[in-house]
Design a protein around this ligand. Structure first.
Ligand SMILES: O=P(O)(O)OC[C@H]1O[C@H](OP(=O)(O)OP(=O)(O)O)[C@H](O)[C@@H]1O
Length: 153
């Protein structure tokens, strides 16, 4: 399906909203301890920094997952697993779960991590442990770090 058919609306996330949503997710984790955070790059990198600040965690790793075609149906994926464990005791952070393709891959690689995305769409939602806000499947989420948001976002 072409991206123009798949996405009918935009949800533009401000820096303030992102920080507040992450703070709320962190509040729900109060009292729990983690060895550190694994960021799913690239989308999870900036959320991971905010989680790390909120939770006082300094041990950060990355899991690099690259899908082809920014707004099109994904055809292929390359993965660079920067860690050599199953995720036990770690937080695993991404900005968004959409179709769930990335989530399925990272779940398999790090089955014991607590997997949190800030935003979730219905297709991917069952694959994450926690998220803050659900948006419809036909919404394109525009994050504040994205260099060229669509003109009508
Ligand atoms: O549930 P899915 O359909 O897999 O979509 C979600 C993934 O898509 C985005 O990353 P993307 O693959 O665009 O890479 P990027 O973060 O490097 O831009 C986002 O950061 C998630 O990792």
């Amino acid at each position: 399906m072409a991206s123009s058919e798949r996405y009918q609306r935009y949800f533009k996330v401000s820096w303030d909203r992102l920080q507040n949503d992450i703070r709320e997710l962190c509040k729900d984790l109060e009292g729990r301890t983690f060895k550190g955070i694994i960021a799913i790059a690239r989308g999870g990198l900036i959320p991971t920094g905010l989680f790390a600040q909120e939770m006082g965690l300094r041990n950060i790793d990355t899991l690099c997952v690259q899908s082809y075609d920014a707004m099109s149906q994904r055809e292929g994926v390359t993965v660079d697993k920067g860690v050599d464990h199953d995720g036990e005791g770690w937080l695993l952070i991404d900005d968004l779960v959409d179709t769930g393709k990335t989530a399925r891959i990272v779940r398999e690689l790090l089955p014991k991590a607590l997997f949190i995305t800030v935003y979730a769409k219905p297709e991917g939602r069952p694959l994450v442990d926690r998220f803050h806000t659900e948006v419809s499947q036909d919404t394109w989420v525009v994050f504040p770090w994205e260099p060229n948001p669509p003109a009508d976002a």
